[in-house]
Design a protein around this ligand. Structure first.
Ligand code: AMP
Ligand code: GLY
Length: 431
């Protein structure tokens, strides 16, 4: 099978690596991809650059390559209907329709679906004015959780005890340059878990739970980011977590979207809080998580069960029930993200990156590229440079979380670029 991956981040590199391991996948293509992906995929749409938001352009590229499956990585093209455009040309595509991707694109819509499907989540009030926000903050009380209703790449959420900070964030969202709708939520206490499921719109195949570290600094301090690291499995998670989340969250949500005539086919990402009162959904995403996908797919065992290509194609072709469940290596994986100067407020570009080959030469270490590029004409032409906020994820795999963590950080120590930032406590509490 010939597979085309759309996107250029760490998630897409991790997808390409796992697809390349699948014996049923003969060719991996990526557009536009990143320099790291060139080792496991043929890159397209690099120069001139493919606009991945342009469904016609993506579908034409897929047709020209003769792909058997298109996998769309990021949320923005899904929300823009790129999966619909690919399917309209008769090609198999892994990723929800624009209509189903609203589950991620609008928190208010997600709340509505959850209410209809009786999925446990935080109480929430949708506000369109300062007066409504003020009322909602008083009603729900501190700590305050204030969210931009729309897509904000993980940065639209403020959790604070300071009412003025909460009001400031709401004002920003309500301002003409903001999204216009604010969601004020009940605060959920307890550890967070990311649980992904591959679904064809009726069958739900859960993957292994992972944990993401959203804040920029050690000790979960500082602003939210897209994610600074992740690990899997979670040795502390309750044994029945997957079954419970499938029964109470994933299957009811998939069934509800089907009932509404907008079946969800793709990756359903449940961001969960394990509170004292039980599991609650914090958010849904309509695509693989980044960076959770990096450690998760590192453990997918295609020698014992279906490979990633087989799973995604079966989902795209509505025959997921025919496949045995995926199997996971009896090991742990930890990913540590290295971010560029200024992230998450800004990001830096053009800083030279060294040491990746030394890191990747370590046993059990893989370097996954995200915001990297090759320098253009000039003295540094062709050298690997930073090109975004999250630059790399160093993934360590070992028999235990502690061992995998040690390997990931040994890799991180080998890599250098000006202004690099990384957390030193990823997975520390887990072993
Ligand atoms: P979201 O974009 O909705 O995933 O939120 C990003 C992060 O904000 C989550 O991973 C949580 O750490 C935090 N968060 C969001 N909603 C809540 C909530 N209701 N209670 C506590 N923390 C939250
Ligand atoms: N790691 C969080 C996300 O992918 O949204």
């Amino acid at each position: 099978m010939r597979v085309l991956v759309i996107g250029n981040g760490g998630r897409e590199h991790a997808l390409a690596l796992a697809l390349a391991r699948d014996p049923e996948v003969s060719e991996v293509h990526a557009a536009p991809g990143n320099p790291g992906m060139a080792a496991c995929a043929e890159l397209h749409g690099v120069d001139p650059r493919l606009d991945i938001m342009d469904g016609t352009a993506v579908a034409s590229l897929a047709a020209a390559i003769g792909t058997d499956l298109v996998v769309i990585g990021p949320e923005a093209p899904l929300a823009a209907g790129v999966a619909d455009a690919v399917r309209a040309l008769g090609m198999a595509c892994f990723g929800p329709s624009a209509a189903a991707a609203v589950l991620e694109g609008s928190k208010a819509f997600a709340k509505d679906v959850m209410a209809a499907a009786e999925v446990p989540t935080a109480a929430a009030l949708v506000c369109v004015s300062t007066a409504e926000v003020t009322g909602a903050l008083s009603e729900l009380g501190p700590p305050y959780v204030v969210k931009d209703d729309g897509l904000a790449a993980g940065k639209g959420v403020v959790v604070t005890d300071d009412r003025s900070v909460a009001l400031e964030h709401a004002a920003l969202v309500l301002s003409p340059s903001g999204g216009g709708r604010v969601v004020v939520e009940e605060f959920l206490d307890g550890p967070e878990v990311s649980l992904f499921a591959i679904t064809d719109g009726s069958t739900v195949v859960p993957l292994q739970p992972a944990q993401d570290f959203k804040r920029i600094h050690d000790g979960d301090l500082g602003p939210n980011t897209g994610g600074m690291g992740a690990y899997t499995p979670l040795p502390w998670a309750p044994a029945d977590l997957i079954d419970e989340v499938c029964a109470r969250v994933l299957q009811p949500t998939v069934d509800e979207l089907g009932r509404r005539g907008t079946p969800f086919q793709g990756l359903l990402y449940a961001g969960l809080a394990l509170t004292a009162r039980g599991v609650r959904v914090i958010e849904f995403n309509a695509r693989f998580g980044d960076p959770e996908t990096q450690p998760l797919l590192a453990l997918l065992d295609e020698s014992a069960g279906p490979g990633l290509g087989a799973l995604l194609l079966a989902a795209a072709e509505s025959r997921l029930h025919e496949l045995p469940p995926p199997r996971w290596r009896d090991a742990a994986a930890v990913a540590v993200v290295m971010a560029s100067r200024g992230y998450p407020a800004s990001s830096s570009h053009g800083d030279q990156i060294t040491g990746i080959a030394d890191a990747a030469a370590l046993d059990g270490v893989t370097v996954v590229h995200a915001g990297t590029d090759l320098a253009g004409p000039g003295p540094a032409a062709g050298q690997l440079v930073t090109a975004g906020g999250r630059v790399l994820a160093v993934v360590g795999v070992g028999p235990t979380v502690a061992d995998a963590r040690g390997r990931a950080y040994a890799g991180v120590q080998k890599i250098d670029f000006p202004g690099k930032q990384y957390r030193t406590d990823i997975a520390a509490a887990a072993g």
